[in-house]
Design a binder for this molecule. Sequence first.
Ligand code: NAD
Length: 235
Amino acid sequence: MIRIGVHGASGRMGRSVVDLVRNQYAEHAEIAATVDRKSGGIDALAAVDAIIDFSLPAGTMTMVDWFEDQSGELPIYICGTTGLTDEQHTRLAGIGESTIVFHATNFSVGVAALSALLRFATPTLTALGYTPTIAEVHHVHKLDAPSGTAKTLSEVISPDDPDAIDITSIREGEVIGKHSVTFSGLADRIVIGHEASDRNLFARGAIEAALWLCQQEESCGNYTMEAYFQKRFLN
Ligand code: NAD
């Protein structure tokens, strides 16, 4: 039985993780600790096997501070928080020296598959003269723009200069998350995209990653979605 701790547990994603573990993963996992900004009790996370964090950048930095203060065997850290600065990313990655850290801007396997398609298609399409742009739509409560997923897709399409990719961000109603990449030619367009219809998609991806990583032999290091997708689904 894998003991899971949830950070950001009162938020939309945190609640989704807690509900899914209790209702669909009860044979394999249990919620051993829930922590949010006002709840306190962060030290309860020391007794879990994996921490799933869907909070906000300040919350994730609280987790990083906490990890830096710990010693001995540490929980695996699965982090889905987006909107981190470069400096915050660097600090988060530093925790990978002490435990396994898996930070992903999007935990859906569908978006990982979309990235794999784009890695394959982009060189050919740009050589043919198509220009890629990205559009994303999310609910009005989302704080960061462009979305972390859109930024990750721009890195996939244009690894040497992701900022060169034009990103349009729309905030509308309760949209869970839509991303599309349009390759525009002189007289045609090729559109490749992904649309999430339930945020359980991301929660499930993070839970599945936690269960899988708990079975791996490594005790530290940084996982990317690309590496995880390759190792778990393409090998
Ligand atoms: P939310 O606002 O509903 O929830 C955030 C939670 O974090 C809240 O309960 C809040 O109290 C808590 N929090 C904020 N600051 C904190 C702190 N300093 N310490 C402890 N807890 C703190 O947001 P959400 O929709 O659940 O999204 C959470 C994060 O996950 C966002 O960054 C969002 O962009 C990201 N997200 C990632 C994925 C993915 O697949 N990686 C998918 C969806 C959302």
